[in-house]
Each structure stands twice: as structure tokens, then as C-alpha cells.
Design a binder for this molecule. Structure first.
Ligand code: HEC
Length: 253
């Protein structure tokens, strides 16, 4: 009991573990997009927009065969010239450069979708909300800010698709403390249209998130199928053991 209390106290000190949505911004549920076409679209977006800065070093390119791509398609559409189809999804950006340019090293995204699960939502909800709530903020070094991770060091990489938005805040009196006001988010204002409509952008982001979720556990389909086979085998085995047991004891009676 004492140990459990200590453990909880220690865990509470680990930042980001209990409350991954640091800002308290409500996470929006990510639409379910797990068909192969969505995953393939997500993989394409991921390779084109994220691998410049992030790695996914637990992931091999040829594993993308599991989402229905042929080795030829992977080679022709998703590989940068220096990469091999059996190689890991690494990034060309050096951590030191990233630190100098952004002030933070882009984290590896292999298992990000699992790491971001929290009581406020699944990892998918976190990523879906995070990737759709970038807004223009000239006070930030990159020119961008984010609702889920305030003062984030990552720029909005899909701004051409989403278009440019600013966030509107209003000062409201804080009900708890007299004379105190809180800075509340009231909504986004679209400054310029992107190449996608909002609906298209949401769908594209949902595909990208579905890919990130798949990548965090590419074996989950196999694991589930294997589970069923194991259970079938166990029941058959139990039956045989029961028959055997019966025939042994027949002699004794
Ligand atoms: C120009 C470089 C760059 C690109 C391209 C980029 N990122 Fe990032 N990303 C960063 C940096 C830098 C951070 C660290 C942010 C911080 O710690 O403030 C980051 C952080 C993140 C995080 C962690 C956020 C958190 O909760 O702390 C996620 C998730 C993420 N990126 C996803 C993506 C995805 C998905 C893409 C592709 C659509 C992408 N990034 C493209 C630079 C980049």
C-alpha cells in the first residue's frame, strides 16, 4: 500500500505522463480511418512532410508491404535517393542542427501514437488535435504556435494545405479570483485559404494519424490473429488432455 502511494507520487512528478495535453485544450476524437487506402495516404504524407525533421527509427520502409504497397511502389514513391528499401526511416537532419534551428530536437515518431495516450484522450486524438491546431503567431521564432502544445518549437508543416489561421483569445473574468482575468481561446480566424478545404484537410490529417497509430504497433493485426489461433490450440489441447486423463483412470477403477 505504502509502495503504491510512493509509486503514484513518483509518477505524478513525471511531466507529460498523466496529462499529455499540457495546455488542457480539449482533444477532438480522431475519425476511425484504418482501411488500406487511408494508411497508404497517411504513409505518403508522413514521408513527404515529417521525415525531413523526424525519424521513425523503429520502422523499416519495406514493412509498408503490410499496408498493401509493393516493394516497387515503396521504392518509386516513398524512398529518398540515399535510402534503401530494407532500411530504417531515419532523418537526414542532425540533432545538433535541429537544436540550433528550432531550439528542440524533433522526437522520434515510431511509437508517438502510443506515448501520447492519456486520460484526456487516445494517442490518436492527441495527434489529430495537435496537427490541426497550429496557428500563425509572430511572437514565436518559427512564426507558428499550437493549441495543444503552447509555444511549440515545431513549425506548421502543412500550412499550405490548411491555409493560414490566427487564434482569437478573449479576456474573461476569472470566477475564482476577483479582479483576475483568464485568457480564453474563442476560435480560429482563417486569413488565407489553403490548397485543401477544411474537410479535406481533416481527412488527410486523420489518414496521417491512422498511419502513425499503425506504425506504433504494426504487428497488431498479426497479434490479434495469433491470439485466436493460440486460443483454439489451447482448447484442442485441453480436450486431448481430458481424453488422455480419462483413459488412464479407466484402468484404476
Ligand atoms: C521543420 C521540422 C519539423 C517537421 C517537418 C515536422 N516536425 Fe514535428 N517537431 C519538430 C520539432 C522541433 C519538435 C519539438 C517541439 C517541441 O519540443 O517544442 C516536434 C515535435 C513533434 C511532436 C511532439 C509534440 C508534443 O506533444 O510535444 C509530434 C507528435 C510531431 N512533431 C509530429 C510531426 C508530424 C506528424 C509531422 C509531419 C506532418 C512533423 N512533426 C513534421 C519539428 C518538425
Amino acid at each position: 500500500m505504502k509502495f503504491a502511494k510512493k509509486l503514484i507520487a513518483v509518477l505524478a512528478l513525471v511531466p507529460g505522463l498523466a496529462f499529455a495535453a499540457e495546455s488542457g485544450f480539449a482533444l477532438e476524437p480522431a475519425p476511425e480511418r484504418s482501411d488500406l487506402a487511408s494508411l497508404q495516404n497517411g504513409a505518403r504524407l508522413f514521408v513527404n512532410h515529417c521525415l525531413n525533421c523526424h525519424s521513425a527509427s523503429a520502422m523499416r520502409y519495406n514493412r509498408l508491404r503490410d499496408i498493401g504497397l509493393t516493394e516497387e511502389q515503396i521504392k518509386n514513391n516513398l524512398l529518398f535517393t540515399q535510402d534503401k528499401v530494407g532500411g530504417m526511416m531515419t532523418t537526414a537532419m542532425r540533432p545538433d542542427d535541429a537544436k540550433a534551428w528550432f531550439g528542440a530536437v524533433p522526437p522520434d515518431l515510431s511509437v508517438m501514437a502510443r506515448a501520447k495516450a492519456s486520460p484526456s484522450g487516445s494517442g490518436a486524438d492527441y495527434l489529430y488535435t495537435y496537427l490541426r491546431t497550429f496557428y500563425k503567431d509572430d511572437t514565436r521564432p518559427t512564426g507558428w504556435n499550437n493549441m495543444v502544445v503552447p509555444n511549440v518549437a515545431m513549425p506548421h508543416v502543412m500550412w499550405q494545405e490548411q491555409g493560414v489561421r490566427v487564434a482569437k483569445f478573449a479576456d474573461a473574468p476569472n470566477p475564482g479570483v476577483s479582479g483576475n482575468t483568464t485568457h480564453q481561446f474563442v476560435g480560429f480566424q482563417q486569413l488565407s485559404q489553403g490548397t485543401m478545404t477544411q474537410q479535406e484537410f481533416d481527412t488527410a490529417t486523420a489518414d496521417l494519424v491512422a498511419y502513425l497509430v499503425w506504425m506504433a504497433e504494426p504487428a497488431q493485426d498479426t497479434r490479434k490473429k495469433l491470439g485466436v489461433i493460440v486460443l483454439l490450440f489451447m482448447s484442442l489441447f485441453a480436450f486431448l488432455a481430458w481424453l488422455l486423463n480419462k483413459s488412464y483412470w479407466k484402468e484404476v477403477k
